[in-house]
Each structure stands twice: as structure tokens, then as C-alpha cells.
Write a protein that binds this ligand. Structure first.
Ligand code: SF4
Length: 346
């Protein structure tokens, strides 16, 4: 099977082309065309001789994904993409415009095996991991379509990034390569449901990316009711791993906290959250629940959200309410695919 040219690191490319009889300096030209000109075929690498292109085509392929559908919010400038993979699977990605630039939420797996009750991405189960090039191409496709440059990348779409560890790591290295897309590592956020051994492994990679924990409750028994993975990893162990990450990278940790009516917005939740974050630079992101048909326990309006926000602030916590974006286009992960696909395939 041919290797994916758009999934190889710059250093590996240099080493591999030498063994194919191609001069080392060509790596920069090839990498530049693949990642900055965002070509669709090896034939388009026109800054190298035809013979070199032929050698590349004999040994590599470009794994490109295609836009399947695009949905643009009428409420704000959020744009949601459905992408078609070469094997016929479909994934989602969202572009959001903030005052500091464009941010893109990318998927890392087709489906997800983590089974969080409130999440649409997991309802059809896990299908497969995405390759590094498939994660990367979500950005290139969106950028080409909208004629923009994405500044912030959030690994928070379908899939648990740390369950696809090596491809995700490869993606982070590729997208931050100065010869390629050149995204600052500080502008990358990886969101996990709390896979302890992988958090520790990631801490040792020495990458200053932001680590975000889907916490949703500071109590094990509560977490276990909505996140099956919580039966395997206890909060104390996860927090210990997050502390290790914080010590190694000195990067602020984020907790994502989806508010579920009467479930995780009690004064004791705020108190417990305060004791969990002691000694760490933690930011809590309060998220209004985006209801799905299997899980519909969100708040009616913002009053309760603000009440809990004030409670956390009173407890000395740093907290923001995540502004809901693109709600008219089902911008939460997994929702759009479920809404649109049955209709398209009728
Ligand atoms: S919230 Fe994340 S980890 Fe949980 S099922 Fe959805 S995609 Fe998977």
C-alpha cells in the first residue's frame, strides 16, 4: 500500500526521498506544495521535475477528503462542513469566527467508542480512526472553500483524540510545522474525556498545547452516569494526570462543564470543583447542553447558567460561558451528520 504524502512529517519526508534517489532539498519544495498550495494530486507539484513527480507517484498517494455539504449559520458566521472520506464515511467539522481569528473544531475519529450520554457522535458507535492527513485536510478544505486562514484548532469534534494517539500526534506535528501550515502549538487545544495513561504520555511529548478535560461533574458517581469511561478512570487519577501535564508544560488547563439541569449545578458541585483545581491554573468553560433526542436535560434560557456561573466565580474560579454558535445549523459534534444524512440518502 502506498504511503500518504500529506501525512508524512517534514523530517521523514527528507529521509524517505533520499532513499528514493531524490535530492534532500526537494523535501522543502514538495512539503510546501502539499501543505501551502494545498494541491489535489501529486501531478500538481510543479516546482519539481516531472521525473521526480513520477517517482513520488509510484511510492505515495495524496489522501484528500471532499466537501459533502456545507451549512452556513444565519445567526453568526459559523460554518459547518460534512466531509466525505475516500471509504465513503462522513465526518463533521465547524469553523467559528472570533474577533481574534478563525477557529476550527476538527474530528479525529469516525464515530466514537466513549459512549457519553449527551453526545450525538457516539450514538452510531465507533467506525475507525482518522489518519493524520484526514484530520489535516478538514482544515485545508475549509480554508480553500472560505478563502481564510485558520488560526486556532480545537480537537473537539467527533472522536476521542487520545484514543487515536499516534495519528493525532502526527497531525499536531504536521499542522505546526513551520514549512507547512505553521499553526502555533499554543493555538491548538486537545479535548479529552480523561484517558489517564495517554494524558501522561502526552505530557512527556513537551508540546505546549492546551489540554481540555470534559469533566461535567466533580463527582465520580455522577460522571459515571453520563460518561461510561468514568468507570475506568477516577477523577482523582485524572486530576493527578492533569496536574502532571500542568507541571510539565506550564499550560493552563481547561475544564469543559456541560450544564445539565439539576444534575451538576448544585452548590456542592461548585465547592468540589474549587477543591479539585487547587494549585493548578484552570479555566472552566460552562457549556449550555445542546440537546439530542436521547438526552434532553438542558436549561430553558440562560438564568440557571448564569446562576451557576456566579456560584463558581464566588468560589474563586476562573470561568466563562461558552457562547452558543451556529445553533441554527446543529453545530454541536455529531448532530448535523445525524440530521442530514438520512434525508440525503432517502
Ligand atoms: S463527548 Fe467526545 S469522548 Fe464523549 S462520546 Fe462524544 S466525541 Fe466521544
Amino acid at each position: 500500500m502506498k504511503k500518504e504524502l500529506n501525512g508524512i512529517s517534514y523530517t521523514d519526508l527528507e529521509n524517505e526521498i533520499i532513499s528514493l534517489g531524490i535530492e534532500r532539498y526537494r523535501a522543502k519544495q514538495i512539503f510546501n506544495f502539499v501543505h501551502n498550495k494545498k494541491i489535489m494530486s501529486i501531478d500538481e507539484i510543479t516546482n519539481i521535475p516531472k521525473k521526480t513527480r513520477e517517482i513520488l507517484a509510484e511510492n505515495y498517494t495524496l489522501n484528500k477528503i471532499k466537501i459533502y455539504d456545507v451549512f452556513e449559520s444565519k445567526e453568526d458566521e459559523t460554518v459547518k462542513f460534512l466531509f466525505l472520506l475516500n471509504d465513503g464515511n462522513i465526518i463533521e467539522s465547524v469553523i467559528m469566527k472570533y474577533k481574534y481569528g478563525y477557529s476550527q473544531c476538527v474530528s479525529t475519529q469516525v464515530g466514537c467508542k466513549m459512549g457519553c450520554e449527551f453526545c450525538a457522535s457516539t450514538k452510531e458507535g465507533f467506525i475507525r480512526n482518522l489518519s493524520a492527513s484526514e484530520i489535516l485536510d478538514q482544515i485545508y478544505c475549509a480554508e480553500n472553500y472560505l478563502d481564510i486562514k485558520v488560526k486556532n484548532i480545537v480537537l473537539m469534534g467527533s472522536g476521542e483524540p487520545l484514543d487515536n494517539y499516534s495519528n493525532v500526534l502526527n497531525f499536531i506535528n504536521l499542522v505546526s510545522d513551520e514549512n507547512g501550515h505553521n499553526t502555533s502549538l499554543r493555538h491548538i487545544t486537545l479535548s479529552t474525556c480523561g484517558i489517564v495513561d495517554k494524558i501522561i504520555e502526552l505530557s512527556k511529548e513537551d508540546l505546549p498545547i492546551t489540554l481540555s478535560l470534559s469533566l461535567h461533574s466533580p463527582f465520580d458517581d455522577k460522571r459515571q452516569q453520563i460518561m461510561p469511561i468514568a468507570k475506568k478512570y477516577k477523577i482523582n487519577d485524572i486530576i493527578e494526570a492533569m496536574r502532571y501535564y500542568f507541571r510539565k508544560t506550564n499550560r493552563r488547563i481547561t475544564f469543559e462543564y456541560t450544564l445539565i439541569d439539576g444534575f451538576n449545578n448544585r452548590p456542592e458541585d461548585a465547592k468540589e470543583l474549587r477543591s479539585l483545581v487547587k494549585g493548578m491554573d484552570v479555566h472552566i468553560n460552562l457549556i449550555p447542553l445542546n440537546p439530542i433526542k436521547e438526552f434532553n436535560y438542558g436549561f430553558d434560557g440562560n438564568k440557571e447558567l448564569e446562576k451557576f456561573y456566579n456560584l463558581l466565580v464566588k468560589n474563586g474560579l476562573k470561568v466563562t460561558i461558552r457562547r452558543e454558535m451556529g445553533s441554527d445549523i446543529s453545530a454541536s459534534c455529531g448532530q448535523l451528520k445525524r440530521r442530514v444524512l438520512p434525508k440525503k440518502e432517502e
